[in-house]
Design a protein around this ligand. Sequence first.
Ligand code: FES
Length: 96
Amino acid sequence: MMEYEIIDASTNESFTCREDEPLLSAMKRTHKGPIQYGCGGGGCGVCKIEVLSGEYNAFKNMSRAHVSEEERKNNIVLSCCIKPTSNLTIKKFSQN
Ligand code: FES
């Protein structure tokens, strides 16, 4: 089982996420990362993050209500809907 290092560029903290683990679950497990709470099922949009580098698998469809086509192209994703396939650098999503 692979484990990847996830760096949160917002805080410069890092944590690990297994390849079979949704990123949001790893944030909850480690109490690190930009998001603490959310529905966990792609429905609320609060777990939105920006992936600055690295590869991931979007294992669950992200609702267009929460992630636009444009955002998706720019690696803005719902962290409950992705699993890492490499080390990642992420940061909290901000509108600016
Ligand atoms: S936690 Fe609600 S959409 Fe991800």
